[in-house]
Design a protein around this ligand. Structure first.
Ligand code: PLP
Length: 378
């Protein structure tokens, strides 16, 4: 095999990457990933060769992680416990592990709308997942969930509620569950991987957005992804209610200078802490709020434009996800992909999803709506 020079391999990779769909050209319409600003990539690179699980050697990286967790936790009205992870799936898996150790339970209750990582985590952890249906308005059946909480009392690991469902961006009513189901003790894990950095800001203007954070005493853990709104992949956080839960994810590691390992992983790049810290410090509350409100406004504009064409949008967006009905999902998706408009399917019948990330400008939206108008005419 011929070996290539470092310059050549990088050139080849750039050519390969240019053959992939582009954020800058507004082609990536359905993915939850974003094109991070260059300074966050720089931040990541600066700490890429440090290890968050070597916290004595790479003290600064660890301190960045602690600072990020404190900041994100305060946004969720928590006390500063948790850890950064490589993604929503790892955060969810870690939450279910921690709560299983804490409660000793073997049953997880969740609406059918839970992300597939919940199902996967239950399989990995050998726990029993009991699912609850959703009603016509795509909101989980809270009465049924409450009945099941009583039925499985003593065996429950947790109930999973989602703040920003994958298909529709529904913020499920965790507050309603807590107020209806009071006479029994149970823990809730909130998967706010998508909505966690958006809903706290939109809720200030829209009182109909349910509360899902640590203000609710049943909420023990919350997943929040930074890489779904601003940061480079991978970058997520699992926030925990207290120190006791955090200790459950701290393992003895006699071969490491610190003697401990935090998280389900071994080596964890400090790049995730540096990128998260840089995003938080540079945007601050105001910057994140402006971004969140802007994305939701764009999603509402897209939703209105599709509705004006006579296309059914499944729910009025509260988060920047627009899911719409088409007569033939596979055919329309192929037509759009042929035009480099990469929308995503959903698990709902005949519907497609657009996630309005920072790269989905009004211009991109107008172009997409024009194409949909043409497809309808044809
Ligand atoms: C609600 C929700 N939770 C978790 C995840 C998993 O996140 P990741 O792909 O970062 O593991 C997703 C991904 O789409 C999601 O929508």
């Amino acid at each position: 095999m011929i070996s290539l020079s470092p310059d050549d391999v990088v050139k080849m990779l750039k050519v390969l990457r240019d053959m992939e769909p582009s954020y800058a050209k507004g082609e990536i319409l359905g993915s939850m990933t974003v094109d991070p600003p260059q300074y966050l990539v720089e931040a990541f690179k600066t700490f890429i060769n440090t290890n968050l699980n070597d916290l004595k050697l790479f003290r600064a990286a660890y301190e960045l992680e602690v600072e990020c967790i404190k900041w994100l936790s305060s946004l969720m009205h928590g006390d500063g416990y948790g850890l950064l992870t490589y993604g929503g799936s790892e955060s969810n898996l870690t939450a279910l592990y921690v709560l299983r150790e804490f409660t000793g339970g073997d049953v997880v209750l969740a609406p059918k709308t839970a992300h597939m990582s919940i199902r996967k985590s239950c399989k990995v952890l050998k726990m029993n997942l009991v699912e609850v249906g959703v009603k016509d308005d795509y909101i989980p059946n809270i009465d049924e969930l409450c009945d099941l909480i009583y039925r499985y009392d003593g065996r429950l690991t947790c109930v999973v509620m989602t703040a920003g469902t994958t298909d529709l961006g529904v913020i499920e009513p965790t507050d309603l569950l807590v107020s209806k189901c009071r006479d029994v003790k149970y823990a809730i894990h909130v998967d706010a991987a998508y909505g966690g950095l958006i809903a706290p800001f939109t809720a200030e203007l829209d009182p109909s957005i349910p509360i899902f954070d640590f203000r609710l005493s049943n909420v023990y853990s919350i997943t929040v992804d930074l890489h779904k709104i601003i940061a480079p992949v991978p970058c997520s956080a699992l926030l925990l209610r207290n120190k006791e839960l955090e200790e459950l994810i701290t393992f003895e590691a006699p071969y490491m200078p610190s003697g401990v390992n935090r998280s389900l992983l071994g080596t964890r790049s400090g790049g995730i802490a540096a990128a998260a810290w840089a995003a938080i410090k540079s945007l601050g509350i105001e910057g994140l709020k402006n971004l969140a409100l802007d994305l939701v406004s764009r999603a509402k504009y897209l939703s209105r434009s599709l509705t004006d064409l006579g296309i059914e949008v499944l729910i009025e967006p509260k988060l920047p996800i627009v899911t719409f009905r088409v007569s033939n999902k596979d055919r329309v998706m192929k037509q759009l992909w042929d035009l480099k408009m990469y929308v995503y399917p959903t698990s709902l019948p005949n519907s497609l999803r657009i996630v309005v990330g920072p790269h989905i400008t009004y211009e991109v939206i107008d172009r997409f709506v024009d194409v949909m108008a043409d497809l309808i005419k044809k």
